[in-house]
Ligand binder design. Structure first.
Ligand code: IP8
Length: 254
C-alpha cells in the first residue's frame, strides 16, 4: 500500500460540545472539503463529542470495563451510529467516498482483529476511505468506552501508517501557562493545560498525548492541528510545516 495517513476528527470539531446530540455542520463540512483534497490513502477515525460522551457520562460508562446499564450502552452505541452516518454522509457530499466500519469489527479485547488490516487495506485498494469511531465495546458481559484516540493508535501501529493527524478545536497541545508546545519529544512529560469541559469520559488531551507518543515511538510523525482551520488540516495531511504541535516519529529511541 502507498502512503497511509490517519486522520482523527475530534468530537470537539464535528459536534457542538455544549449541546447534546448537536453536529457542528459548518465545521464538518469544511473539514470534509479539506479531506477531499488529500491525495494519499486515508483512514478516518472520529470521536464522540456531544453524541457518545453525553450518554456515556449520563450512564457512568468509562474506559474501564464495567457491568453497566443496558440502556446506557444502547444509547451510547446508537448515538455513535447516528453521528457516524452524519459524518459519512457529509464526506460523501464533498466527494469523499467512505466505507464505514463499526469499531467492534476492527478492534476489541485490547487488540486489532485478526482480519482488521486486510479488511482496511482491501477498502483502500478500491479507492475508498475506511471510517470508524470511538465507541462502547463489549467484553464478556462487561463494557467500556474505547476512545477514537486509542483506536487511532492501534490502527496506526498495525497498518504502519506514515503519518497521523489529530484534530481538535484548539491549535495543538498546550502546557501550563497556556503555552502551545510546537515540538514534543517522544518521551516529554508535561502537564496539559486544558480547560475541563466536563464532558469527556475518555481522557481529553492527556490521553491524546499519551497515545500520540506511543505512535511516534514506532516511527510515525504525529500532528495536532486545529480542525476548525481546514487549511491547516490540508497541510498536516500532506506532511507540510503547519501551525500546531508535532511529535516526530523516532524508532531508535525506545
Ligand atoms: O471522543 C469516545 O471517543 P473519543 C466515544 O475519540 C464515546 O474519545 C462513545 C464516548
Amino acid at each position: 500500500l502507498e502512503k497511509l495517513v490517519i486522520l482523527k476528527m475530534g468530537g470537539s470539531v464535528i459536534t457542538n460540545k455544549r449541546i447534546p446530540m448537536a453536529v457542528n455542520l459548518e465545521a464538518l463540512d469544511a473539514l470534509s472539503v479539506a479531506v477531499s483534497q488529500a491525495s494519499t490513502n486515508l483512514l478516518i477515525v472520529h470521536g464522540g463529542g456531544s453524541f457518545g460522551h453525553y450518554y456515556a457520562k449520563q450512564f457512568g460508562l468509562g474506559t474501564e470495563l464495567k457491568a453497566v446499564s443496558r440502556e446506557g450502552v444502547a444509547k451510547t452505541r446508537s448515538a455513535m451510529l447516528q453521528l457516524n452516518i452524519i459524518v459519512t454522509k457529509i464526506l460523501e457530499k464533498q466527494g469523499v467516498y467512505a466505507y464505514s466500519l463499526p469499531p467492534a469489527s476492527l478492534v476489541g479485547f485490547g487488540r486489532v482483529a485478526a482480519h482488521g488490516a486486510e479488511l482496511l487495506e482491501s477498502i483502500m485498494e478500491g479507492g475508498l476511505v475506511p471510517i470508524t469511531y470511538g465507541d462502547v465495546l463489549p467484553n464478556h458481559g462487561r463494557y467500556n468506552i474505547l476512545s477514537g484516540d486509542s483506536i487511532t493508535r492501534m490502527l496506526a501501529l498495525c497498518l504502519k501508517a506514515d503519518r497521523v493527524v489529530f484534530t481538535s478545536d484548539v491549535d495543538g497541545l498546550y502546557a501550563s501557562g497556556n503555552k502551545l508546545v510546537r515540538s514534543i519529544g517522544i518521551r516529554d512529560k508535561f502537564a496539559i493545560d486544558q480547560p475541563d469541559r466536563g464532558l469527556d469520559v475518555t481522557g481529553g488531551m492527556a490521553l491524546k498525548l499519551c497515545e500520540a507518543q506511543e505512535i511516534a515511538r514506532n516511527g510515525v510523525d504525529v500532528y495536532f492541528v486545529n480542525g476548525l482551520k481546514p487549511e491547516r488540516v490540508i497541510k498536516a495531511l500532506k506532511g507540510e510545516i503547519v501551525e500546531g504541535s508535532l511529535i516526530r516519529g523516532t524508532r531508535n529511541a525506545r
